[in-house]
Ligand binder design. Structure first.
Ligand code: ADP
Length: 323
């Protein structure tokens, strides 16, 4: 019998629970013992680890967030912290670990793989900035939440002939802003990958006003040089040149908390099951992801040293469609 553990780390993402459930149930169905680690690497270092049964993951597939809890644990970046964590795992004779999380979490996973511990990563972050998976757990749900907000704000914007600045999450990655902007029919999209000066956005707004638009929606990524706060400050000072009166809305953590949609539940379920299959066949130090609609594995060393590129052709398309 094999003994494995699962943890969720870093930013929570809708669908993490479906991945936990899949790891626990596919592990148990092999006759293995499966442990859940509370609060990510923090719980690993403090030994907050418990055996999980079939019923422990009942009724969680539809819940956002993570029943195991997540945390940011800076101590895990130190050799001392990781040694402590490995001691906790070895004491319990745990032979494999599944790490569900984003860039930072997979860097941590790679670090313990390099210390000879069998680990498999599962690609999970709403930012979609993780190399090795075209789409990650939580992106689709977060995107739909952002989109619903954009649709709603567009209605009120149109009623008052206003411009609305909507800031979405994504850290340094513009994926959520770009995709929600296109799907929501934004007049302007501001992402970190393409530095944009406020003057250029003001011109776009003014042009939209001149074309007789009833509203203007600007979707801004939180990681852009000029985020919502910086842009609103600029626009307040240059109100007269815009045409539209402007309002801002920062969506923030609302994007994280949603009930996972069908896509994320299925993706997370497939990822969790695939991670257990990796541990079974001894394929360690890899990230389970989705590429060209197939479940794939990519070495964690490659994942953490590579940057995922955003398809910037889509930004050009968004500009054409905004006319
Ligand atoms: P995410 O996984 O969502 O990108 P973070 O970047 O906050 O989230 O990382 C989550 C956790 O992963 C950190 O709190 C830390 O415990 C661990 N981690 C991040 N970077 C490293 C690193 N370079 N080495 C070891 N562990 C790391």
């Amino acid at each position: 019998m094999k003994r494995i553990a699962v943890l969720t780390s870093g930013g929570d993402a809708p669908g993490m629970n479906a991945a936990i459930r899949a790891v626990v149930r596919t592990g148990l169905s092999r006759g293995w013992e499966v442990f859940g680690v509370q609060h990510g690497y923090a719980g690993l270092m403090s030994g907050n680890i418990r055996s999980m049964g079939l019923r422990d993951v009942g009724g969680i597939i539809q819940q956002g967030g993570t029943v195991l809890g997540s945390a940011r644990a800076p101590e895990f970046k130190t050799l001392e912290g990781r040694t402590k964590a490995l001691r906790e795992l070895r004491q319990r004779e745990i032979e494999g670990l599944v790490v569900i999380g984003g860039n930072g979490s997979q860097t941590g996973a790679n670090a313990i793989f390099e210390m000879d511990f069998p680990v498999v990563g599962v690609a999970s972050t709403i930012d979609n900035d993780l190399y090795g998976s075209e789409i990650t757990i939580g992106v689709d749900t977060a995107l739909n939440i952002a989109l619903e907000a954009i649709d709603r704000l567009k209605i009120t914007a149109s009623s008052h002939q206003r411009a609305f600045l909507i800031e979405v999450m994504g850290r340094d990655c513009g994926y959520l802003a770009l995709m929600s902007g296109i799907a929501g029919g934004a007049e302007s999209i501001v992402i970190p990958e393409v530095p944009t000066e406020p003057e250029a956005i003001a011109e776009e707004l003014h042009a939209a006003y001149e074309r007789g638009k009833a509203h203007a929606i600007i979707v801004v990524a939180e990681g852009a040089k000029y985020n919502a706060e910086a842009l609103i400050k600029y626009f307040k000072e240059h109100q007269a040149t815009l045409g539209f009166e402007i309002r801002a809305s920062i969506l923030g953590h609302i994007q994280r908390g949603g009930m996972p949609g069908a896509f994320d539940r299925l993706l997370a379920t497939r990822f969790g099951a695939a991670a257990v299959a990796c541990l079974e066949r001894g394929e360690h130090g890899v990230l389970v992801g989705l590429n060209k609609n197939e479940i794939t594995t990519t070495p964690l060393s490659v994942v953490v040293s590579s940057k995922k590129n955003l398809n910037l052709d889509l930004l050009q398309l968004a500009k054409e469609l905004a006319q």
